[in-house]
Design a protein around this ligand. Structure first.
Ligand code: ADP
Length: 523
């Protein structure tokens, strides 16, 4: 087929089966790579239209395309959606009983299936590989391909086995798709899957219709309510770290007259599915969830995503917040963070094997730094994914909007903090240091005799949380580091320059959205 013929055929398919008139950015290039049998690695943000890239070409050629997908629910949704469009699709996973599985296999053998969704562990079984060798296999797609990389945020050991596919099916195009990949993860995906000179297509990570803001979490309930009150009757998602947090926040919101539903992996299947359905069908506005919610959910009109706890990486944040505003209309992403969340994550990550732990901790640090950064948040996110923004967003984030008050005497404050750390022999963490600078009568401070330090009470007019926050801001700007084990503050080379008065840090007074609003019972 000529290039022009190929484009026409793809557009016909888009129109006939999906009713779409044109390609979204990079879709045409991605589909062409598939039809050219050239391996590809496609990175498009959530909502960028990845599925169409590998579904449409299946209809332009003979044979069956195989799609590897990590979640049963995700496969089911995609297969259902394809069938609605009149496309013969099926899936093979542990949710099918024996007879259903056999029927799918018969259909595949008979060449009746255009797109077959398979779980990775199932695909790599001997009998499955034999079947694929017998049929007319048109190409293989690895969806959520970051799961293959230990550097990614969602490594799945079964994905690692997919590295054998290229050896088993050397003639078959392999196409890796993901919404989130740093440069490191990207090249790891290509190496792990053995992609041969792949076409690498990377979409823009900026989501100009999203506004980002970050606030220190002081009074979670009221901070969340403030955001909800900006969006009466509009759909939104609130993410919490733990199931217990999901339950308690959902309950207290309901008690105050909001209508929310919880979603986490610990709920009975029926209840979880019903809550998700109610949200998708606009019967309930707010879903309070752990990160178990969202993968594969295509709800275009989510107007806000609130993170009531710190995500464990910017990859997670980008993906979860990216569920807002898929329809291209304005939507809001609010992150409420607390340093305690970082400690919780660290405890969880401790149990990982060493090789993935190091990168997980790095990802967590990048997430923390985002919270304390003073760069345009759109730019910060894009730079994390190896891209840049021509100019700051101006109104698309709290920092560009000027929601924060810059501290005028930042150099002096920074020096006071660093001097105290120095005088404490660099053996203590942020909370303790804040207590010394505040002039606290804390037992530990007194026992250590730090009430006699010249820095004791130097910042007594500031709140403990403000001082702690400044310490974190100094850390994110490289004036300080924290030791891995005990979070002891250590002064860096840059920190010493600050002590000498040669440079000035940026310090901000952060606000705590909604803190002053306490009376909610009237809603
Ligand atoms: P992703 O998997 O990248 O998050 P999806 O494949 O779920 O994105 O697509 C997001 C939404 O955009 C879906 O509702 C999809 O039907 C729609 N979409 C994809 N491609 C097009 C297109 N070319 N024209 C119009 N809508 C599209």
């Amino acid at each position: 087929m000529t290039r022009a013929g190929m484009d026409d055929a793809l557009l016909d398919v888009l129109h006939e089966y999906w009713g779409y008139a044109e390609f979204r950015p990079l879709q045409q290039e991605a589909m062409t790579a598939v039809l050219d049998d050239r391996d590809s690695l496609v990175v498009l943000p959530t909502g960028g239209g990845k599925s169409l890239c590998y579904q449409a070409p299946a209809l332009c050629r003979e044979g069956t395309a195989v799609v590897v997908s990590p979640l049963i629910s995700l496969m089911k949704d995609q297969v259902d959606a394809l069938r609605v469009c009149g496309i013969s699709a099926a899936c093979l996973n542990s949710s099918l009983d024996q007879e259903e599985s056999r029927q799918v296999l018969r259909d595949v053998r008979a060449g009746k299936i255009k797109l077959l969704y398979v779980a990775p562990e199932r695909l790599m079984l001997e009998n499955m590989l034999c079947l694929l060798a017998e049929i007319n296999l048109s190409y293989i797609v690895i969806d959520e391909a970051h799961c293959v990389s230990m550097w990614g945020h969602d490594f799945r050991p079964h994905y690692r086995e997919l590295s054998e596919l290229k050896t088993i099916f050397p003639q078959c195009g392999i196409h890796a798709y993901t919404a989130t990949a740093t440069e490191e993860v990207r090249s790891d995906i290509a190496v792990q899957l053995g992609l041969k000179t792949p076409e690498i297509l990377i979409g823009s990570f900026d989501r100009p219709n999203l506004t980002y803001s970050v606030a220190r979490r002081a009074d979670r309930f009221n901070q969340v309510c403030t955001v909800l009150d900006r969006h009466p009757g509009e759909p939104g998602v609130i993410y919490c770290i733990s199931r217990a947090d999901v339950e308690s926040l959902s309950e207290s919101l309901n008690d105050s007259g909001y209508e929310t539903r919880p979603y986490h992996a610990g709920l009975p299947d029926g209840e979880r599915a019903a809550n998700q359905e109610a949200f998708i069908q606009d019967r309930v506005d707010v879903i309070v969830a752990t990160i178990a919610f969202g993968m594969g959910i295509d709800k275009p009109n989510v107007r806000y995503v609130i993170h009531a706890g710190l995500p464990k990486s910017l990859e997670n944040y980008q993906q979860e917040s990216g569920r807002a505003g898929r329809d291209g209309l304005e939507a809001e992403c609010v992150l409420l963070y607390s340093e305690q969340d970082a400690m919780i994550w660290k405890r969880i990550l401790e149990d990982q094997p060493d090789e993935s732990k190091t990168s997980a901790l790095q990802s967590l640090r990048a997430m923390q730094n985002y919270c304390h950064s003073f760069d345009c948040r759109h730019r910060y996110l894009m730079q994390h994914f190896g891209q840049d923004l021509e100019q700051d967003c101006e109104t698309g984030c709290d920092l560009c909007r000027g929601d924060f008050q810059k501290v005028e005497d930042a150099q002096i404050i920074g020096q006071k903090i660093l001097s105290s750390i120095f005088r404490q022999d660099q053996n203590f963490g942020a909370s303790y240091t804040a207590a010394v600078l505040k002039g606290s009568k804390d037992k530990k401070v007194l026992a250590n005799g730090h009430n006699n330090l010249s820095t004791y009470g130097l910042l007594k007019t500031e709140s403990l949380s403000t001082i702690r926050n400044w310490i974190n801001q100094l850390a994110s700007q490289g004036y300080l580091t924290k030791t891995a084990e005990y979070q002891q503050l250590r002064i860096t080379k840059t920190g010493r320059l600050l002590l000498k008065g040669e440079i000035t840090p940026q310090l901000m007074r952060t606000t705590e959205t909604g803190k002053s609003e306490t009376n909610r019972s009237s809603k």
